[in-house]
Design a protein around this ligand. Structure first.
Ligand SMILES: C[S@@+](CC[C@H](N)C(=O)[O-])C[C@H]1O[C@@H](n2cnc3c(N)ncnc32)[C@H](O)[C@@H]1O
Length: 283
């Protein structure tokens, strides 16, 4: 992901889904009566669209600080441009880093992370860091991809002679849970081993509708990590092959009008959703 502008224009999927999940589950998080001390973390905040448009309106309005962290400086710069609230700070940090800066240790009352953690191969380290970043009694809400049909297409195209040279490291870009039979059970184990108390841990079957093929292709261009490696004159060819796979997969339903023209595309996928807390008496 290296095009914040394109991502911001095409990420309707995360705004819609996260808005619904926040409405339904934010009440599970333990909000303190003294909001002025509350410090909040958004891990993998990206372009800031979800942070500003979906998360911020749901937070107590007197919070102390909101940190948006991301591994990509380009995305952080994009998010910062929109920011006119001094309490909101954007900082570069890899959530799977082996070194957790002291300034982040036990600093946060609430952590959120949306559509990010499937990018992280070292899940154990990421969850250890989040645990150590939370204050005792703090909590977190996470939503990220489990089974996702776009990952299945990466696997298919990466094995073709035409595209393999651009997609040699495709497995780095596939959710660690994409092939799991019970990602919710795996996740629950990870949470418990780390010391979290799990309040919700679900693999949610989800549907998203793209209004047009063009809006679907825009999302592919924004999130597909291989396109930037292709020679410019190969991009359309790659996208044609990509959409060709979409037409064959049962996770996609493409509506056609009476003239056979393709319209809305519905994609079925699985979202991993977690709400968990760090015990009060922990370190
Ligand atoms: C699909 S975007 C999601 C952005 C936003 N949370 C949303 O819901 O629209 C995923 C973001 O996670 C970031 N990311 C990926 N790996 C990360 C890591 N190890 N640590 C922190 N951020 C990471 C990417 O740079 C990207 O901005």
């Amino acid at each position: 992901m290296n095009q914040p502008d394109l991502y911001a224009k095409s990420n309707q999927i995360t705004r819609t889904t996260i808005g619904d999940l926040l409405d339904k589950y934010i009440g599970l998080m333990r909000w303190q009566s003294d909001e002025k001390n509350v410090t909040i973390l958004d891990i993998g905040c990206g372009d800031g669209g979800v942070l500003f448009d979906s998360l911020l309106p749901k937070l107590p309005q007197n919070f102390h600080k909101l940190y948006g962290i991301d591994i990509s400086q380009e995305f952080l710069d994009y998010a910062s441009k929109r920011n006119n609230d001094k309490r909101i700070v954007f900082e570069k940090f890899d959530i799977a880093s082996n070194e957790l800066p002291l300034k982040y240790c036990q600093q946060f009352d609430h952590a959120f992370s949306f559509y990010c953690l499937h990018w992280v191969a070292d899940q154990k380290k990421a969850f250890e860091n989040i645990y150590n970043m939370l204050k005792p009694g703090g909590d977190m809400m996470l939503a990220f991809l489990g089974i996702y049909p776009l990952f299945a297409i990466y696997e298919i195209l990466a094995k073709t002679s035409k595209w393999s040279k651009y997609m040699y490291d495709f497995d780095k870009f596939i959710s660690p849970y994409h092939h799991s039979r019970r990602p919710d059970v795996e996740m629950e184990h990870l949470l418990t081993r780390q010391g979290f108390i799990s309040l919700e841990c679900q693999a949610i079957p989800s549907l998203f509708t793209f209004e047009t093929l063009i809006s679907f292709i825009q999302l592919i261009k924004a999130v597909n990590p291989f396109i930037s490696r292709l020679p410019e004159d190969e991009v359309d060819n790659y996208l044609d092959d990509f959409v060709g796979e979409v037409r064959q997969m049962k996770n996609f339903t493409i509506e056609t009008d009476e003239n056979g023209r393709e319209g809305r595309i519905q994609m079925a996928y699985e979202l991993l959703f977690v709400v968990a807390s760090k015990p009060e008496d922990s370190q």
